[in-house]
Design a binder for this molecule. Structure first.
Ligand SMILES: NC(=O)c1ccc[n+]([C@@H]2O[C@H](COP(=O)([O-])OP(=O)(O)OC[C@H]3O[C@@H](n4cnc5c(N)ncnc54)[C@H](O)[C@@H]3O)[C@@H](O)[C@H]2O)c1
Length: 260
């Protein structure tokens, strides 16, 4: 620990996949900005990382609010010298049956999962370009962006948007030495599934907690659901020199659920 490898902004870093990513990057010497809506969980995440010997600050951010995202990027530069990378990871789902899916559901999900990623890419890239160095941008997609699901159409569309934004930004930012890649988790055991379970029970699509996850997980080739720790190595790779010649890609981390 302690090597000066610059800072990384991790949105949605207060818990789940984002927290595991932040913790892992901090353990390899990066300073991390935990950028999250949830102040209590975000502050706790930053202090846990510091107590493990890492460097971390919390910044309260709604990823759909450009000024807040820009402030998190500025905090990263002030606290850690420069912004090496951003991980645009914040996202959520709210299932509705396809024919009853509302404009409000679409707008709320697309605003965070789609627009939030566009803003995160733009604000990090502007800072990297202004500072005259390159950088890495990593976006959290999903298997949902590669295959539809009748009960979360806006979520699927938002994650397909993440893959498209990754490709568009990769082309736009390549001349500046900035790579843009994504990863697509399958079924990861986080609070997102706790909420999804409750929502699917309310829709009548599941009868008890855990059932939805079991149904989704039945045919995973590698035989198990994943944990946030299954994700972190790929993200470390995507912000390291080892992936310097990769851009515009989406790596599946799903135990083999989607093969293409
Ligand atoms: N858990 C899975 O099975 C799974 C699978 C595929 C993709 N994903 C994606 O991975 C990412 C992380 O998911 P997770 O499972 O860790 O979820 P989680 O619910 O455990 O954590 C999400 C975090 O994002 C934060 N957040 C939500 N909206 C925000 C906003 N507008 N601005 C800033 N922060 C916000 C929350 O406060 C929370 O701390 C999401 O983009 C999700 O869609 C998750």
């Amino acid at each position: 620990m302690g090597a000066d490898t610059g800072g990384v902004v991790v949105t949605g870093g207060a818990r789940g996949i984002g927290l595991a990513i932040a913790r892992n990057l901090a353990s390899s010497g990066h300073g991390v900005v935990i950028a999250d809506l949830d102040e209590a969980a975000g502050q706790a995440a930053a202090s846990d990382i510091k107590s493990e010997g890492g460097r971390a600050v919390f910044c309260r951010v709604d990823v759909a609010d450009r000024a807040m995202v820009a402030a998190a990027v500025a905090t990263c530069q002030e606290a850690f010298g420069h912004i090496h990378a951003i991980v645009n990871n914040a996202g959520f789902n709210k299932p509705q049956n396809f024919l009853e899916t509302t404009e409000d559901n679409w707008n709320r999900i697309m605003k965070v999962n789609g627009l939030g990623v566009l803003i995160g890419i733009q604000e990090a890239a502007k800072a990297m370009i202004a500072a005259g160095h390159g950088g890495s941008i990593v976006n959290t997609a999903s298997i949902a962006g590669r295959s539809g699901d009748g009960q979360w159409a806006p979520y699927c569309a938002s994650k397909a948007a993440v893959i498209s934004l990754t490709q568009a930004a990769a082309r736009a930012l390549a001349p500046h030495g900035i790579t843009v890649n994504a990863f697509a988790p399958g079924v990861v055991e986080t609070d997102l599934w706790t909420q999804l379970d409750l929502d699917l029970i309310a829709l009548g699509a599941a009868s008890r907690p855990g059932e939805a996850m079991e149904n989704f997980s039945r045919n995973i080739p590698l035989g198990r659901t994943s944990r946030p720790e299954d994700i972190v190595g790929t993200v470390a790779f995507l912000i390291s020199p080892a992936s310097a010649y990769m851009t515009g890609q989406c790596l599946m981390i799903d135990g083999g659920m989607v093969m293409q």
